[in-house]
Write a protein that binds this ligand. Structure first.
Ligand code: AMP
Ligand code: ZN
Ligand code: FE
Ligand code: FE
Length: 268
């Protein structure tokens, strides 16, 4: 494996700091890497010098939360200008979205006699979300596992789910393109039942994540075929989160050197 380009740090819902993540990638023998935190690029302040220190090629990445016709979908953004004002503005809107949404979720949990305060949620420097709420529910004994917190309360469509303000696929792709970046559909295998996938595939993406997490190479075939038909790039990554998803190992999935270089054209 040359590069794992789907990972999360403590800037969102991962358990390793950006520099610890970079060092682990190097230890695992990777040559290329990307951190794709949810709706934030904060990790790069720390990750860039850490990667330079150990000689790891670090491509810029992010995972944006989007809505497409009332369905949640994640977009991976790669190789954009890290200091683009458009990207910063979009991340800022997500921070506001998350602040309101977390308050809504907590209110709904209260109706189920689950008592959590906003200021109890800790962990993320950049982007706080449902995994942090789930961890707190586990810590306070309301659920037996993170999985249970999602399955019973926090998952899309469950009793305490709140979406928050809608940020669309259109505007997210457009923002990435204006910042000279590329937009990929993340883990299409995880799209909800009934998702209008054919309409999503008509959007001006640059690529699609075919190889994902612990999923088999069989699960990639359909998406590889679609990428070939559309002349899109194919990507892959572990979606490593550290202790939140302990069954996923860093570097378990990724891309070749050739693909890495196609995606990260702006890497010096
Ligand atoms: P959020 O950014 O607040 O919408 O939370 C999304 C993140 O929650 C995902 O990237 C996963 O890390 C996590 N997540 C979503 N669904 C589940 C689930 N069923 N079990 C465990 N973690 C999940
Ligand atoms: Zn996550
Ligand atoms: Fe995701
Ligand atoms: Fe992810």
């Amino acid at each position: 494996m040359f590069a794992d380009i789907h990972t999360h740090s403590t800037a969102s819902d991962g358990s390793l700091s950006p520099s610890a993540l970079v060092n682990l990638a190097k230890e695992k023998g990777l040559s290329g890497f990307s951190i794709t935190d949810h709706d934030t690029t904060l990790a790069y302040q720390e990750a860039i010098p850490a990667a330079q220190k150990v000689g790891l090629k670090l491509g810029v990445g992010i995972e944006f939360s989007c809505v497409f016709e009332e369905n949640d979908v994640h977009l991976l953004g790669y190789d954009f200008d890290l200091h683009s004002p458009g990207i910063a503005a979009l991340c800022h809107r997500h921070q506001n979205r998350r602040a309101h949404r977390n308050a809504q979720i907590i209110e709904k949990l209260r109706d189920h006699n689950i008592d959590i305060a906003l200021d109890e949620i800790e962990g993320a420097e950049g982007s706080i979300g449902r995994p942090h709420i789930a961890e707190l529910m586990l810590k306070k004994g309301y659920v037996g596992s993170i999985k249970e917190a999602f399955n019973r309360y926090l998952g899309e469509g469950k009793s305490c789910y709140a979406r928050g303000d809608v940020l669309t696929v259109d505007e997210t792709i457009e923002t990435l393109h204006q910042a000279h970046g590329k937009a990929f559909i993340a883990h299409p295998q995880l799209l909800s039942h009934g998702f209008p996938i054919h309409k999503l595939l008509e959007m001006p993406f640059d690529g699609i994540e075919c190889w994902y997490g612990n999923l088999s190479s069989k699960s990639a075939e359909k998406w590889e075929r679609i990428a070939r038909e559309k002349n899109w790039l194919m990507s892959g990554g572990s979606d490593f989160h550290g202790s939140i998803k302990p069954d996923i190992a860093l570097g378990s999935q990724g891309v070749t050197e050739e693909i890495f270089n196609q995606i990260f054209e702006h890497l010096s």
